[in-house]
Design a protein around this ligand. Structure first.
Ligand SMILES: NC(=O)c1ccc[n+]([C@@H]2O[C@H](COP(=O)([O-])OP(=O)(O)OC[C@H]3O[C@@H](n4cnc5c(N)ncnc54)[C@H](OP(=O)(O)O)[C@@H]3O)[C@@H](O)[C@H]2O)c1
Length: 268
């Protein structure tokens, strides 16, 4: 149900008894994301009942999720990540509609084909706001809101592109690096509370974002990322690469000398 008349508030579920590996409710930031839709489908198979989508185009986002996860109860709010003043109201509304937020999935992102040296300053600014500044501000609200309700998991879709930005996409890569560092710090700040932050770093994923691009080595699809997210909710890992081999691979690649990295990354 897109933005409109809000349904009557549901009673908040008690924190005790919420199994983090089987969330019942989810708020998606960037609700039109194909990876997020696949995540909701995977979680619906494990008992997810309701999702609230914060999306620039809530009707399209709702249709996408209804196709991916038939039977899931879906509501939506028109939302732009760069409109920082709207973030607290979003979490208040989602908390009411969902009756408590078990999972926040941050899937906001814009790539732009080969976003690097040719980007004009206004485009650089827009990308950094959309990929980093806006989502970081929303995650700050998420941390506070979930702590106040007494439980919850925050899943942040980062990227291996942020581990070592390439010359062809360093604007995207650096903005994801910023978000990744923010999410790790938030997770550390919340350590010892009932709120956990999981950073997910996919490699190339075939989705709307990468349409028209040649798949990189080890490319995956949204369902693969979704399976990793669903698995991580029940695990202890705080950073998850998809596919998993990219974790150790980028552990090495992030440390190779610059000249070697330029040769390895090429113009991809
Ligand atoms: N696809 C990949 O290869 C890949 C790899 C690593 C990480 N990731 C990350 O995974 C996440 C999901 O990506 P995806 O592959 O599912 O791509 P996607 O389908 O394009 O999803 C990205 C979503 O972010 C939304 N968005 C962009 N700017 C926004 C803003 N200012 N406010 C609110 N929403 C905004 C888009 O809205 P619209 O629907 O209105 O455009 C879109 O729904 C992103 O964070 C991305 O960086 C993707």
């Amino acid at each position: 149900m897109p933005e409109g008349t809000a349904p009557p508030p549901r009673p908040a579920p008690p924190a005790a008894g919420v199994d983090p590996s089987r969330p019942r409710t989810a708020l998606v930031l960037g609700g039109g994301s194909e990876i997020a839709a696949a995540c909701l489908a995977a979680l619906a198979a494990r008992g997810l009942q309701r999702a609230h989508l914060a999306a620039r185009r809530p009707d399209e986002a709702t249709a996408l999720v209804e196709r991916a996860a038939p039977g899931l109860e879906v509501t939506a709010t028109e939302w732009d990540a760069t409109d920082v003043a709207s973030h607290e109201a979003l979490f208040a509304r989602a908390g009411t509609e969902l009756g408590g937020i078990d999972v926040v999935l941050c899937a906001v992102g814009m790539l732009g084909h080969h976003a690097g040296i040719d980007m004009v300053p206004a485009d650089v600014d827009a990308m950094v706001r959309a990929n980093f500044a806006g989502p970081a501000a929303a995650l700050a609200v998420a941390g506070t809101a979930l702590q106040a309700q007494g439980h919850g998991t925050i899943v942040v879709l980062s990227s291996v592109a942020g581990v070592r930005p390439r010359r062809s996409n360093y604007v995207y890569g650096s903005s994801k690096a910023g978000l990744d560092a923010f999410a790790q710090g938030l997770g550390d700040a919340l350590h010892g509370t009932a709120v956990r932050v999981i950073v997910v770093r996919p490699g190339f994923v075939t989705s709307k974002m990468t349409e028209g691009l040649d798949p990189a080595p080890l490319a995956t699809d949204p369902a693969t990322v979704a399976a990793a997210v669903a698995g991580a909710l029940g695990g202890r890992r705080e950073v998850v690469s998809v596919p998993g081999v990219l974790g150790p691979a980028f552990g090495v690649l992030r440390n190779v000398p610059r000249r070697a990295w330029r040769a390895i990354a090429g113009d991809r």
